[in-house]
Design a protein around this ligand. Structure first.
Ligand SMILES: Cc1cc2nc3c(=O)[nH]c(=O)nc-3n(C[C@H](O)[C@H](O)[C@H](O)COP(=O)(O)O)c2cc1C
Length: 386
C-alpha cells in the first residue's frame, strides 16, 4: 500500500510552481501535473470509476454533445457570473464537490482547498471522509462551507456529527443517496488500495471505535459509516434535525427528486458520484433537464438544483445552466489542482473554469446565469441525430 500524503515529486523540477501552474492552460494540463506528483495508488483512487468506467466516460462526453446556439450582436460587455445559492451571493455558479481524503493529493489537503475556495468566494462541500477536522476547514474559508453526510449505521453518531458541524458554522448539508454500499473500483482492487496509515478520517472517529483502517478500499473499519437499509424516512429525519438547508446528492430520476423534496430537501444534487458507484448509470447531462423539471414542479417551494459529473470546461457550466441547473459542482478537477500545487493549484483550477465560463457567456451572447437559464433549450440543444 502506498504511504501517500502528497509526495510532490515535481518539487525537484527547477521551474517554479507558479510558472508550472501558469503554463497549465486547461484542466487537463493540471491533471498531467498532478499525475506526476501523486502516488500511483492514490492517483488511481482519484481517477477511477466503477467497473468498466462507462458512466465515468459518458459523464464527460454527454456535455460535449450539447450544441450551443449562440446569439450574435448582444451587448455582453457587462456580463457577470453572479448568482445566489441558499441565500448567499457567489461570483460564479460553481461549487467544489466533496471528495474524500484530500491529504493524499497534498499534505495541506482540505485546508488548501478551502483557502482556494475562500479566495474565489465559492462554496466548498467537505466530504465526510475528509482527512482534516471540519472545524479546521471551517476556519480556512470565509466562503460558504457545506458538509457531505453519509447517514451511518449509527444514527446517533450522524446526528451528533451534524450538530457538531452546525455548531462549527457549516452552512448546509448534502446527504449522499447513491451509496447504500460502496461501488467497486477495480483499479483499487488491483492496487490493494486502503487508507494510508498516516492519514485519518478524522470526522468519523468514534470514541472506542476502531482506529486502524484495515480492509481493502475504504470499506473495512469504515463500513459502519454507510447503511444499506436507508430510506427516505432517514432523509426526513436528517432534514428535521438541522436548521440548515439539506441537499440530497446523487439523484438521477425525477421521482427521486420529488421524493427528496417531499422529505424536506431544499436542494437536489444530480450526480452519479462521478461514475464511482453504479456503472451503467446515465450521464448527468442526459438526466438533468427532466430532474430539474421535477424540482420545479408542484411539490412545493422551488429548490436549488446542482449537477456534477464530467464538467471539465467552463462552457459545460453554461450547458448545465441552460438545462436548468442553478450551479455546477466539480470533483476531480479540484484534486488535480490540489495535486499539481496545493492551494495555488486549486486556485488555478477555479480560475481556469471561471475564465472559460465568462468567455463562453460572451461568445454565446448571454449576460447572466439567470439569462442562460431563461433561454434554456433555445440556447443549448442536443445535436440533431442524422
Ligand atoms: C476521489 C473521489 C472521492 C469522492 N468522495 C466523495 C465523498 O466522500 N462523498 C460524496 O458524496 N461524493 C464523493 N465523490 C463524488 C463527488 O462529490 C462528485 O460527485 C464527483 O466527483 C463529480 O464528478 P467529477 O469528478 O467528474 O467532477 C468523490 C469523487 C471522487 C473522484
Amino acid at each position: 500500500m502506498s504511504g501517500s500524503g502528497g509526495t510532490n515529486r515535481t518539487e525537484s523540477d527547477p521551474t517554479s510552481l507558479a510558472e508550472r501552474l501558469a503554463r497549465a492552460v486547461n484542466l487537463a494540463d493540471l491533471a498531467a501535473l498532478a499525475e506526476a506528483n501523486i502516488e500511483r495508488t492514490a492517483w488511481d483512487y482519484y481517477r477511477s470509476g466503477a467497473w468498466d468506467e462507462t458512466t465515468l466516460a459518458r459523464n464527460e462526453s454527454a456535455w460535449r454533445e450539447l450544441e450551443i446556439h449562440y446569439r450574435g450582436m448582444v451587448d455582453v460587455s457587462g456580463r457577470h457570473g453572479r448568482t445566489t445559492l441558499f441565500g448567499r451571493e457567489v461570483p460564479c455558479p460553481l461549487v467544489l464537490a466533496p471528495t474524500a481524503m484530500q491529504k493524499m493529493a497534498h499534505p495541506d489537503g482540505e485546508c488548501a482547498t478551502a483557502r482556494a475556495a475562500s479566495t474565489a468566494g465559492l462554496p466548498m462541500c467537505l466530504s465526510s471522509l475528509s482527512t482534516t477536522a471540519l472545524e479546521e476547514v471551517r476556519a480556512a474559508t470565509s466562503a460558504p462551507l457545506w458538509m457531505q453526510i453519509y447517514i451511518s449505521q449509527d444514527r446517533g453518531f450522524t446526528r451528533d456529527l451534524v450538530a457538531r458541524a452546525e455548531a462549527a458554522g457549516v452552512d448546509a448539508f448534502a446527504v449522499t443517496a447513491d451509496t447504500p454500499v460502496w461501488g467497486v473500483r477495480e483499479r483499487d482492487m488491483r492496487n490493494g488500495f486502503r487508507v494510508p496509515d498516516n492519514l485519518h478520517i478524522v470526522n468519523l472517529e468514534r470514541p472506542g471505535g476502531p482506529t486502524g483502517h484495515s480492509g481493502v478500499g475504504i470499506g473495512g473499519a469504515l463500513s459502519w459509516t454507510i447503511d444499506a437499509s436507508l430510506t427516505w424516512k432517514d432523509v426526513e429525519m436528517l432534514a428535521s434535525s438541522t436548521s440548515r438547508p439539506l441537499i440530497v446528492k446523487g439523484l438521477c430520476r425525477p421521482d427521486d427528486v420529488r421524493a427528496a423534496i417531499s422529505s424536506g430537501a431544499k436542494g437536489v444534487w444530480i450526480s452519479n458520484h462521478g461514475g464511482r458507484q453504479l456503472d451503467g448509470a446515465p450521464a448527468t447531462a442526459d438526466v438533468l433537464a427532466s430532474c430539474v423539471e421535477a424540482a420545479r414542479g408542484p411539490v412545493g417551494q422551488p429548490v436549488t438544483a446542482i449537477v456534477d459529473g464530467g464538467v471539465r470546461r467552463g462552457v459545460d457550466i453554461l450547458r448545465a445552466l441552460a438545462l436548468g441547473a442553478d450551479a455546477v459542482a466539480v470533483g476531480r478537477p479540484m484534486l488535480w489542482g490540489l495535486g499539481a500545487g496545493g492551494e495555488a493549484g486549486v486556485r488555478r483550477a477555479l480560475q481556469i473554469l471561471r475564465d472559460e465560463f465568462e468567455l463562453a457567456m460572451a461568445l454565446s451572447g448571454v449576460r447572466t446565469p439567470a439569462e442562460i437559464r431563461e433561454l434554456g433549450i433555445d440556447l443549448v440543444r442536443r445535436r440533431a441525430t442524422r
